[in-house]
Design a protein around this ligand. Structure first.
Ligand SMILES: *Cc1c(COP(=O)(O)O)cnc(C)c1O
Length: 239
């Protein structure tokens, strides 16, 4: 049994950066327009710091408790994103602490974010999560519901939509490519609509197994865990 995570984080960061540059070049995109969110769930703070030292500037967490713990432990100029499903009763704890919430998927959540943002006197940036492949196991709005949802959300104060996010279906890269392509089309379509307080700045898609396809299909925010930190140990270590 593997007792220690011996994955070399600076090497992981360098390899991911390199592959992003190559994928961008293949499609004549400017690699500097593609940002990496290092998804640090299950990773200990001292390991996360190694990624920051290797040039990572954005960290993503998917559970609020774990995020709060790390937020209190890790100092320095780092931008935090929440990439996982957010329960309405936890919104208060993340508002003002995260730069971007990737997972807005229902109106009740938008309303609570708005409420908490107003009471904190700030604006909260969010992405709308889309379930293009309509997998029942995945969160996110169906494609046909996204534009009506954006119009509804744009009525709320304290909340600014900055783009879209999706999690690709597992498996076949060509199916994944079509999902990413459809996301990009939707992103461009919405950008033309000029909905108040809705800006299509970020297209968050691509994880360790599919980020190169995502870059080729127009992603500008990648969420990468394993490729940066190595395989996650799914049980918490003791001591
Ligand atoms: C864990 C996670 C990732 C990163 O997954 P890897 O395959 O390890 O790169 C990205 N996005 C979300 C929402 C996640 O929960």
């Amino acid at each position: 049994m593997e007792m220690f995570n011996v994955f070399n984080i600076p090497t992981g960061v360098a390899q991911i950066n390199d592959r992003v540059v190559q994928a961008a070049k293949r499609t004549n995109r400017d690699p500097s327009q593609v940002k990496i969110v290092a998804v640090s769930k299950f990773i200990a703070p001292e390991r996360i710091v190694e990624a920051l030292q290797a040039g990572i500037t954005i960290l993503g967490e998917n559970r609020v408790q774990e995020f709060l713990h790390k937020y209190s432990m890790i100092e320095g100029p780092v931008e935090w994103h929440l990439v996982g499903t957010l329960q309405t009763n936890k919104v208060k704890q993340v508002v003002g602490r995260v730069e971007l919430i990737h997972s807005l998927d229902r109106f009740s959540l938008a309303a609570e974010i708005s409420r908490q943002a107003k009471s904190a006197g700030i604006e909260v940036n969010v992405l709308v999560q889309v379930n293009i492949s309509r997998e029942p196991s995945k969160h996110g709005l169906e494609r046909s519901k996204v534009i009506p949802f954006l119009k509804q959300v744009s009525q709320l104060e304290g909340l600014r939509v900055k783009g879209l996010m999706t999690i690709a279906p597992l498996g076949n890269q060509e199916v994944v490519r079509l999902v990413f392509r459809e996301m990009h089309e939707l992103f461009e379509q919405i950008a033309k609509l000029d909905i108040p307080k809705v800006e299509m700045k970020y297209l968050s898609m691509g994880m360790t197994d599919d980020f190169e396809v995502a870059v080729e299909e127009g992603a500008n925010l990648l969420r990468i865990g394993t490729g940066i930190f190595g395989k996650r140990l799914m049980i918490k270590r003791e001591g």
